[in-house]
Unconditional design. Structure first.
Lengths: 437, 437, 437, 437
């Protein structure tokens, strides 16, 4: 509290030159939806111990419509691209970006880039589609992305050539860490060439691990689906004597989904996340604790995040996917094998039912909450772009949407604090010990 | 039509000696729910070509409450056992058997046998629980089985000893082919010893392959869940260039679920079932046809029943599970590998997303239709048992419930006719060729 | 069984002149999906008491693809119209009719008639739309009808003029009793004028009351939704001391939905249907029985079909809606008032929560089972029309689809037998007495 | 930012005397779930315009487990009461309060008070039930409240007598504004008598209108259900020519649910909330704007909060319910009538489909998000009570749970700002004007 919080600066293409066509009040305080000034900030740190903030003291610019905008809507050509793996809500984002641009700002042409960054590389031969009202009207009720997606980067220079050649003024990049790194590189190349193209990121991370984004779209839907799977595992585990339901959930470096699904389900007995180092063997190791539970209650449910326990694969070779992400060793299969071997040896006889629902979760339509969240991210991204902000990502902190410079999140991962609210709830709900070692 | 249909005889413990406590009209035709006479029959064959029936000409006794019953409700002790893998609706069946016995007939004690036939073997050490209204009240909203289940047989003689020792008058056996074989063996041993114990089967088969049972409980729920997974596979397949969604569904020897889910989903392009012999390779083989589709449309969804294409594993050793069922080779993984290899060789590059949702489907609660069906099976099983019918299974033909001697279904599997309504609908919906060879 | 069943004759436009383009086997018995001959029949009566059938002994022609067809697909122009109130599955039917005609038969043009029969009257000014693959691709996931609907008839002669002027060869009429009366009148006028236009009906009745149609589309979805509402009523009734949840469901003259939802829900205590005459007052009247329940258990759930208890409004004037249907007096409101008054007088104090979910149920998307059923009705309607059948409705008996002359159902309503399977299940599930008088 | 934020003081029964049995780290910063110190605060105001906070500068004590507690778990007797109308999640709260007390703290006895405050008045004759693990195990999957509820107050003195006589140490009051006023009065009477009874409130408001509680449990579930109903209204409105779907949603003084459901649905054209004053008549009145929409698009969906437009009833008498809440005039029915009359007069002919889903929404089970939220509120209420906090409510601000003195919220209602994020999203999604006057 003692320190003056630091204002996080956002890059602009230049001075806004046009009056926004949106019907908003120009004066806050009149009790009407209003344009927001650039000096309206949202504080990042809200917790303090005594007089000391427990988090970075930052002020982010609040996202929202500006009274004066940089682009002339009637002359603007915008494009949107979706990258990486599927995530519930992609279609909702596409739809709301289109609707806000087209219906509210009056932008005549919005392009959909096909199959991720590949669609920005003309050599791949996948030209953009021109979005229409008919095309997007009902897509928010469908999972997947109508534009298609792909993993991995393309040559930055080629993509900027394409943007310039196609006279695209605004590019919305919907994607995760890798995508935003790409978006940032595009923005830098655009700046280097002195082009007036706004690059605005919309965070997509089913793992919920992008910094300055308390909740990204698709996460609640994923938790919803994960909970159903945990319920199934619970039923399977109780359906036989000494049944063990083992579910591998999303979460490469952050256990948010696994933890939230645990708390929602209330039927999980052990939750293993990347943030938690645990041992399998030994007196206080996971397997011994699991065995105590089986002997006492004759069934157990385990939820494990895909990124958990990677230290157990120590010494094995590291592989990477097309996006450059490390390919994780399969902790689910490892646990299944180790559990089976352990109980074969120590008894009693158990039956392990292993469920890996990944694709089923990623491809469902956004649920109600995520539908609303997508709409809010998307429209604020449009406001930012129309106002000429660039190299910026829409963040979401303390229930407010803010502008975050993309560079600020690049290579950073938000992780779940084992000292935080969510993990405390996991411990309460599972009754599991603080550590397995 | 020319032949006189044959009446299917049902075994009884003896002459009914008591008046049913149910409030039903004793005279049909009065416009009130009535007791059914034993000579009310349901015809099995309903289709005829010209004047010739295309199916067996059988008359089954209609299931339902009888005016006179064999057991004195106040003195009756009943038990229920659930066997084999999970299937949506088990709890609904347990609940309705209990409620009909206890609330409507006034049977004081209904036992729940724990973990399948294991619970009838006292050496295993899992004594039955006494069911109560509180215990069962809301269980129809949960998947799984509150009694637990297990696979595999137990010694018949030991189980009959147990029934006799526990003075159990009625045993309801909820299970599939193997379970009903066990039930039949118990009924025969009971008869040999001159005991008065009614053994009544309730068919449980998520594959829907029990004869004289057009629809068994859990099947529609499974189709429901399978459809959702197919929708996911559809979204995944369209989410990338040349994406292939591959879903393995239930169906060891019958393709009912895979076919029905295909028709419901309307997004499947290829449906492979055990009844259909297909080749992978060759000019008209599956892989070549799939490639044509990918080249033309850039995505495809394949639904394959677990029992399909077992001829492709010719020469591999045969294993069996605890129930004595042949362990199937994994057609899903085989297809995934073969598709990947084929396209690696012939192009274009594809991405195969393989989904195996088995546990997720088996363990959900019964949907509305199955809830109602379970209730109807269960209460008719109670009527049959109270009337002294034994060695009998509740069947369901032409929308009516009937009594089927268990021996009549033992070792028989109902299969989906490739000439029938459902497969024709699959061909219409997928547009796939009649054969892949 | 003694009588020879009567074959139900179906009208044809004339001798089929073209070879079907569908890839089906021409010989049944080869284990492949085959064309069906006209002399393949489905028997209606399946139940018999001793040797006497308990139902009409009729043989219906089985619906399905014919080897030879009447219309040349390349020259055919078809149209589809949806009439009356919303029902889950209308879009599924539109979609599958289009797909079967266009993709499988190769019919180039399929028109969608706007807003029911109004769209066949050019004076109303709502020209048909030409359906496309893009337009229908995902509509089965939406409730309502993309064509719109309306109630009430239009001038028959004007509509036939329109069909002739637009050179429409086939008209599919999706609707209930009134719509099918209209379809029949159109077919007769077509015949009178010597035109070659096939009129094929697809039964739409959320009340499930069209004869020779064991289950019409939308019904299971309605039961599904109704069950959820009954669960809500159950929770509301238990949420307060002496709470009464009262739910009015669909069912003008038939209680199928109310009964089926009761059996599925298992939480209803009283089910009132049009087929059941009941008294409110008197010692055995409904109110006295309800009061006993409240005193004993302190809550109750009542499911009442909208057409139940109309005799209680004796003496009040009769009104009709645009379709000519009698407007029912509101039994839900009457019950609410009478219950409140009765308990005010006799005690204890109760709280009545009245729920009327009609619109919410009619407008949801078809569930899985209904999706599959719609597809099957629709494609068989196309097969019938292409083969030149006319003045015919697709029926569904004993799990088979058949051709039913429209005249045979006109003015007839299927009602739920109080002696049948479903009502017996209601009595078991509710424990209510056979009558309230 | 210039002002030093004010710390909000919380009342305690006294110095904590016992060591918490919870397995938490005693030192924050060790990367383990830890006990929280009393001087850990959460800042309420996070937004600032330039250097000026736009909201109250308050610091709330963070809720969570304390290392030292006031009550000796083994000697503690706790009770929980649920009051007012149903809200999704009540059972989840009951369950988690029980589980945290019983399983984690080891409190032997937890009582469930029956039917709201009535159960604290022994003259009503509804003694508490003793909660058990069996009783609560699966209740989070059910809507309603297993304890029952009621509206309205009871004599404070009588209730405190009861608490004292029953030797209850902790009372959890789950309810809205009225309930918390009661809880505060009880806490004051307890203090006056010098008793050591902790009174802890858990906010229950389906309208989401309790101050210092950004999201209360049940709200997201309500939005979820409301969205489904809006989808239905959309389908109904498009199903006929000039159809108008009109849905009345919850929201007596705050439009949160109506607004959020609008944004989630994306198919609403007009959203009317209590915070917005609007005129029906006149050139810019609601009816004229609606008519423009109907003429242009031939269908419309209106979502209206129950508390909207109460000024239109000016002059009518005011009634109150048992809880003392003003009974609102039915804006839904008024709109239906006014719309019908207006279009009858000005044309075109419209069809209004009015849906009032209140009970259906309130009584469903909590969805995934609310399930998790309930658990978090409940366990933090237990931590607060065990630590001896009293006269305190669990609040939820900026994604953190905090202690709020009950007196601070009494008689206050949180309202949706028309200048805020949510209403801006409504305007974007509906395209409606800022005002109708």
């Amino acid at each position: 509290m003692s320190n003056k919080p630091k204002i996080v600066e956002v890059t602009s293409l230049g001075q806004p030159r046009f009056v926004s066509p949106l019907r908003r009040s120009i004066r806050p305080g009149e009790g009407k939806a209003a344009f927001l000034p650039d000096d309206l900030y949202v504080r990042y740190a809200v917790e303090q111990l005594g007089e000391t903030a427990t988090d970075e003291e930052l002020l982010f610019q609040k996202a929202g419509p500006r009274e004066r905008i940089y682009f002339d809507p009637a002359q603007t050509r915008a494009a949107i691209v979706t990258c990486g793996g599927l995530c519930p809500g992609l279609n909702d984002v596409i739809r709301s970006v289109f609707l806000e641009l087209h219906m509210n700002y009056g932008v005549p042409e919005v392009l959909g880039i096909r199959y991720g960054f590949q669609g920005l590389n003309p050599r791949v031969g996948l030209p953009p589609v021109r979005l229409t009202l008919d095309m997007v009207e009902d897509i928010h009720q469908q999972g997947g992305t109508i534009l298609g997606s792909s993993r991995g980067p393309q040559d930055i220079s080629v993509m900027v050539d394409f943007l310039a050649a196609e006279r695209i003024d605004i590019l919305f990049c919907v994607g995760g860490d890798g995508t935003q790194r790409g978006a940032h590189a595009i923005a830098e190349e655009v700046r280097r060439r002195g082009l007036n193209i706004a690059i605005v990121g919309i965070p997509k991370t089913i793992d919920n691990d992008i910094p300055y984004c308390d909740r990204s779209f698709g996460v609640l839907t994923a938790v919803d689906e994960a909970r159903k799977v945990l319920d199934c595992a619970h039923n399977e585990s109780k359906g036989v004597r000494n049944g063990i339901g083992l579910v591998k959930l999303m979460g490469r470096e952050a256990g948010f989904i696994t933890a939230a699904a645990t708390v929602a389900s209330q039927d999980v007995n052990f939750t293993l996340v990347p943030e938690l180092t645990f041992e399998l063997h030994g007196e206080k190791g996971f397997l011994a604790v699991l065995r105590q539970r089986i002997i006492a209650r004759h069934h157990a449910v385990i939820a494990v995040a895909e990124g958990a326990g990677q230290h157990l694969f120590h010494g094995l070779p590291v592989e990477r996917d097309a996006s450059g992400n490390i390919k994780f060793h399969d902790i689910g299969l490892l646990l299944k094998e180790e559990i089976t071997r352990y109980f074969d040896q120590h008894g009693p006889k158990v039956e392990v039912k292993y469920i890996d629902p990944s694709y089923i979760i990623r491809s469902v339509p956004a649920n109600t909450e995520d539908g609303a969240l997508c709409d809010q991210f998307a429209r604020r991204a449009v406001h930012a772009a129309m106002a000429g902000k660039t190299d910026v990502l829409i963040g979401y902190i303390n229930t407010k949407f803010v502008h975050v410079p993309i560079a600020m999140i690049a290579g950073q991962k938000r992780r779940m604090s084992l000292e935080g609210e969510l993990w405390a709830s996991v411990l309460s709900a599972t009754g599991q010990p603080q550590s397995f070692q």
